[in-house]
Design a protein around this ligand. Structure first.
Ligand code: BGC
Length: 423
């Protein structure tokens, strides 16, 4: 599948709208080649997935300079990236999500990858739902490496058995009664952290569970006021608020992976979190079905609220190494290795599910099924449903509703007002 380095370089030369700093003949020698990669993959599973890409590049003679900016959801990473680009010190590449890609592309800050995309046949190999974010006015501006989704629940099997729960909850009522049983058995029922993006991640699944995919779309993607300020949204907030009583007192500043660790170690029964949590179970060597269960948020099987991690690229000197990285990110073989570790599905269609564990294979199958059924929708919590300003206003409202600072009715009305104010 690999094309020779010269071909990348020529393609990249053509791709660049900016003046090429060095003549084509001066391809940097292997020892000098380097990529600097900014990302927020600092949890164990995330870092080991990224190592797969790093290893591939190193084997090709490209050095890897890691620029990790901790903070789930990526808000801190985006702040650092902006500062670096503004001070004319961009990294080679940065991890980016959905509407952020659109914003950066609209500002003309991203390298045009179109020639590489054309020669690599990306248009045929990347699902249309992702292409909508990876392209800008017909040009490819991002290379997607994975597809995650937010409507998942993770459970410790031994804890559930000790609590007398012998099968995964199939609907919301069963989920609540299982949380009660886990509490009675002396465990933390729901592992969570209070960071607003984590609460919003739970909320994606709740809205989908209460109103189904059509409602999720009307409310959180189309931002229809009548859906945002509705009985179904009030019910969603009532359910969210009820979950607060199942979370322990130490939750306020807890990182998502620390919460996943509570489920892995058997201190907590459940966590509602995207399938980057699967990366943590993988990293800890746990086995699905034996040690833990993965299930779609009760009531949401058949729908997938996705987010895809993509790399965007900046105007740097070392274009050959940069082009190498683009090609590796879009290699089926690299995507298979990366995503088996990361807990996500490949962003490329047709990558074999062989070698993925049961939860990884389920992610791949659910994604294909939702794509066929028209129930594959962008995740609000992960930046694939609404622009960042609205997303962050929603985060704030959702976090305050979770903590009981505002009522479900106030929260629903505030969502509608926030969407109106920013549209
Ligand atoms: C990213 C994942 C990442 C998670 C937690 C999400 O927004 O898409 O790749 O693992 O945040 O850091």
């Amino acid at each position: 599948m690999k094309r020779p380095i010269r071909a990348f370089f020529i393609a990249f030369f053509n791709a660049s709208a900016l003046a090429l700093v060095q003549p084509l003949a001066v391809v940097p020698d292997a020892a000098a080649a380097e990529v600097q990669v900014l990302h927020w993959w600092t949890a164990g599973g995330e870092a080991s997935a990224l190592k797969e890409l790093e290893r591939t590049l190193r084997a090709q003679g490209v050095q890897w300079r890691d620029v990790p900016i901790a903070g789930g959801g990526g808000a801190q990473a985006m702040t650092t990236l902006r500062a670096r680009v503004l001070s004319a010190d961009p990294p080679t590449a940065a991890q980016m999500l959905g509407f952020d890609i659109r914003d950066w592309a609209a500002q003309g800050a991203l390298q045009d990858l179109t020639p590489l995309a054309r020669s690599g046949g990306w248009a045929q190999r990347v699902p249309k739902a992702l292409q909508a974010f990876d392209t800008d006015r017909g040009r490819w501006v991002a290379a997607p490496i994975d597809v995650h989704s937010s409507n998942w629940v993770w459970a410790n099997k031994a804890v559930l058995e000790r609590a007398g729960v012998h099968r995964a909850p199939g609907d919301w009522g069963a989920f609540i009664s299982d949380l009660d049983k886990v509490r009675k058995a002396g465990f933390v029922p729901l592992a969570a952290g209070g960071q607003p993006w984590q609460i919003a991640t739970m909320f994606d699944g709740i809205v989908l569970s209460v109103g189904g995919p059509a409602f999720y779309r009307r409310a959180l993607i189309e931002l229809q006021p009548a859906a945002l300020d509705s009985a179904a949204m009030r019910t969603s907030f009532t359910r969210l608020r009820a979950l607060r009583s199942y979370v322990d007192g130490e939750y306020a500043n807890r990182d998502w992976n620390v919460a996943t660790g509570m489920v892995i170690d058997g201190r907590a029964g459940f966590q509602m979190m995207g399938d980057w949590a699967l990366g943590e179970f993988n990293h800890a060597g746990r086995v699905p079905g034996k040690d833990y269960l993965c299930l779609r948020t009760p009531g949401t099987q058949g729908s997938v609220t996705f987010n895809s991690d993509a790399f965007v690229f900046f105007d740097v000197k070392d274009r050959a190494a940069q082009a190498r990285m683009v090609d590796d990110v879009m290699s089926p073989e690299v995507q298979a290795r990366f995503n088996r570790v990361k807990g996500s599905a490949p962003a490329l269609l047709g990558v074999s599910p062989a070698g993925f564990n049961a939860c990884g294979a389920k992610a791949i199958a659910d994604l294909a099924e939702a794509d066929r059924a028209g129930t594959l929708m962008g995740s609000m919590s992960q930046g694939y449903a609404v622009p960042p300003a609205i997303q962050h206003a929603f985060y704030d409202i959702i976090a305050r509703a979770f903590d009981g600072e505002i009522t479900p009715a106030q929260a629903a009305a505030q969502l509608a007002a926030a969407a109106r104010a920013r549209y």
